[in-house]
Design a binder for this molecule. Structure first.
Ligand code: SF4
Length: 749
């Protein structure tokens, strides 16, 4: 079906790129998933060293970029003093240089034009022309519908600059899919319990833990650098790792216990663990007595949730449930039930995260050595700019009274509010999209496309011709993180610390930094007074001076640590402490959830099973890739160029499948993967599930290294179970079967 916003191939992309920098990734070992970059001495006299922090994933490790005097970037290494990485970048971090060299990068602004035959094409434009168009469309939307009708979808550092612009323009509809499609439920679940979310990086005290439980969290494949390093050390020290996963993940292979749970039953296992820990008195009695609220109700609630009860649901044997609960209890309080990261599974995800938080509370882990430490961050001084205008409505109004505990804006709700037929009182009419490839990020592609088709205007700013650019009216080429200043990184950790990102080279082609783009737009929107700087380095220098440092100093050291001001990392024995909950205690019984009519304590609900001949679709991460954003990076492609579908040998036999064979996946709603995927037959996955790495199956030909490499899980996720508490999209309720013949689908974008 042709729509107003039909997908356009970006075909007129300026000059050819330069070759990939020699030797940038060949020095990275891919053989061990726990390996990091090798630090090779460099002859400093031949290179310039510029501080940066990595943008390949959200962990934001600080490092040094090495560039030649003629502006070529050759290598990135970790900054020794950075607590996020301790001087060691992961394979993706060192491979980040591939983003700079990628010849498929967006090179010049593009504007959608209609040809006589009705088809849309992109034409190259000057920055002035493109930004004039963006500003005029934004003005028109503000005049016609109010500025609140513009929304920003963003991920990564650039979003901050567009966020500032949008707030100055008069809209607070700013959203990142990393909330409702990823970590939102755990933030709400932990906040309901401890009065504090987990945040990023997670304050898990893995370096001193004696027992860590990973439930659907595959550290080592989701390469959260500092955590993985600490986990490696903890394993060497003999810490007990318990991994719950239907798949024998890398973490499972390093664990004392692997519990290959039946998918969708994790909450039953967590409740059975709570039962054992309470009824076998393995909990931290003194801690629970001092800090707990609702313990008696919880005890009564889980009375019948015995390991025998859970066995029938989870397929995990009662003695294994008891044994693992004892391991946790014996190690208490140096026990971590890891909160995980991507927590949007089945729509009851806040409650599952609550169960995880409750277990940690019972074991006395919060605020204790080897459990969770009290993190501290630095508030950056606010560069003086005018107050933002007041808005008539914001993202909360787009929720239509649903998802009462959503702490941040909900992308799926903003998408729904962009579809006129949904008759939202508050409608979104225009999008700015910065650094997020929504077609491979959001579930339910059909709804997403419907929303984009209805928009009056959409501008996309990205470094690469991601699928989202094909739906834009205007495409703005952003330079990579290695070519720009961004905000100072100030993240919570054991010690407050800051890190600087400065450009190591001039932006390639006609790409520009987001701060520059936002500033130019502000001038065209008569909002220049919100951007009273010529170069963003002025803002950074001003903030640093306020903190007693300077840009000059940070260019030399890259990372600066500060003394803690809020007290110790852990609770002291007998210390009085008030949690930020209604009761001031750790709420095993959530007064907030009860007041809102939700279950105050988590309950297990049975989720639908796969129909006959279908298998549950499970997706995850690979250590050398970050979602779809790295699939075209030559350095990462060298390590892994496509995903495969993991299939249990029993199922492969039934279907007559062979290793390496191409299949197409068809989901329960008849949606077939646009591209085929190779079979990997392995005992490492349960018979009732299949597994694939997320982020592959790109459909845009201009991503020459990623085009049709593997299949996209996102397009197969059409059944979405929304968490009624905070709006997160549960995405693990989809089932697929195999097509061994090419369905002949016309997929080429
Ligand atoms: Fe970069 Fe790896 Fe650190 Fe992520 S974990 S920020 S990809 S070095």
């Amino acid at each position: 079906m042709k729509t107003r916003r039909d997908f356009i191939k970006i075909s007129a992309l300026g000059t050819a790129g330069v070759a990939i920098a020699a030797g940038s990734i060949s020095k990275v070992k891919a053989s061990s998933l726990f390996s990091f970059d090798e630090k090779k001495p460099l002859d400093d006299s031949k290179f310039e060293r510029t501080p940066t922090y990595c943008e390949v994933c959200f962990w934001k490790c600080a490092g040094w970029t090495y560039s030649t005097t003629d502006g070529d970037i050759t290598k990135i290494i970790g900054n020794e003093t950075d607590p996020h990485c301790n001087g060691r970048l992961c394979p993706r971090g060192t491979g980040g240089v591939g983003m700079f060299h990628d010849k498929d990068r967006l090179k010049t602004p593009l504007i959608r034009v209609r040809k006589e035959d009705g088809k849309s094409v992109f034409k190259e434009a000057s920055w002035d022309e493109a930004l004039d168009l963006v500003a005029s469309k934004m003005k028109a939307i503000a005049d016609k519908h109010g500025p609140e009708s513009m929304a920003l979808f963003n991920h990564g550092s650039s979003g901050k600059h567009f966020g500032h612009l949008l707030k100055a323009y008069g809209s607070k509809n700013i959203v990142a899919p990393s909330y409702a499609q990823c970590r939102g439920p755990r933030e709400v679940g932990f906040t309901a319990t401890f009065g504090a979310g987990v945040g990023s990086p997670e304050p898990t005290d893995i370096r001193d833990t004696k027992c860590m439980v990973l439930i659907g969290s595959h550290l080592g494949e989701n390469m959260h650098n500092g955590q993985v390093q600490e986990m490696s050390d903890a394993i060497d020290r003999g810490a007990c790792i318990i991994t719950v996963d239907p798949r024998y993940s890398t973490a499972a292979s390093k664990s004392k216990f692997w519990l290959p749970i039946k998918p969708a039953t994790d909450l039953a296992l967590l409740l059975a663990w709570i039962h054992v820990i309470i009824y076998e008195e393995l909990y931290d009695k003194k801690y629970v007595e001092q800090f707990g609220f609702g313990f008696d109700q919880l005890k009564e609630h889980v009375k019948n949730m015995t390991p025998e009860w859970a066995y029938g649901i989870t397929t995990i044997k009662p003695d294994v449930i008891r044994k693992t609960a004892k391991e946790m209890g014996n190690a208490s309080p140096a026990t971590i039930i890891h909160p995980g990261r991507h927590a949007t599974w089945y729509g009851d995800d806040t409650q599952r995260s609550r169960a995880i938080a409750i277990l940690n509370g019972l074991l006395g882990s919060w605020g204790r050595r080897g459990g969770f430490y009290f993190k501290e961050s630095f508030s950056l001084p606010h560069y003086p700019t005018p107050e933002y205008p007041k808005t008539d409505w914001g993202w909360k109004e787009t929720l239509n009274g649903k998802y009462p505990l959503a702490g941040l804006s909900v992308s799926n709700a903003l998408i729904d509010a962009s579809i006129p037929e949904n008759n939202h009182k508050h409608q979104i009419k225009g999008w700015i999209v910065s650094g997020t490839n929504l077609p491979l990020t959001m579930p339910d592609t059909e709804t997403l496309v419907k929303a984009m088709d209805a928009l009056e205007f959409m501008v996309v700013c990205d470094t690469m011709p991601m699928e989202i650019t094909g739906y834009a009216d205007v495409v703005l080429p952003e330079c990579t993180y290695l070519e720009r200043f961004d905000d100072i990184r100030s993240s919570p950790h054991r010690e407050p610390n800051i890190a600087l990102r400065a450009p190591a080279a001039k932006p390639k082609y006609d790409s520009k930094p987001a701060w520059w783009i936002a500033k130019q737009l502000s001038n065209k929107l008569d909002l220049g007074h919100f951007f009273p700087w010529d170069n963003y380095s002025e803002v950074i220098d001003w903030q640093l001076q306020e903190l007693g440092s300077s840009l000059d100093e940070m260019m030399v050291i890259g990372v600066k640590k500060f003394e803690r001001e809020s007290g110790g990392l852990y609770l002291r024995d007998g210390e009085d402490y008030e949690f930020n909950t209604n009761s001031g205690k750790i709420e095993f019984y959530s007064s907030d959830l009860a007041a809102l009519g939700f279950d105050p304590m988590p309950k297990y609900t049975k989720h639908p099973e796969p129909p006959s001949g279908y298998y549950r679709l499970i997706y995850g991460r690979a250590p050398m890739h970050t979602f779809s954003r790295t699939a075209n990076n030559q350095n990462m492609v060298d390590l892994m160029d496509k995903n495969k579908v993991w299939i249990n040998p029993k199922i492969a036999k039934i279907w007559g499948l062979e290793n390496g064979q191409e299949v197409w996946l068809e989901n329960q709603d008849g949606v077939v993967s646009s591209s085929p995927i190779n079979v990997r037959i392995t005992e490492r996955i349960r018979w009732d599930s299949i597994y694939m790495v997320h982020g592959f199956g790109h459909s845009n030909k201009q991503l020459t290294k990623a085009f049709r490499k593997g299949a996209s899980d996102s397009e197969l996720i059409t059944n979405v179970m929304v968490d009624p508490i905070m709006g997160g999209t549960g995405m693990r309720g989809n089932f697929v079967t195999f097509l061994t013949e090419d369905p002949g689908k016309e997929n080429e974008a």
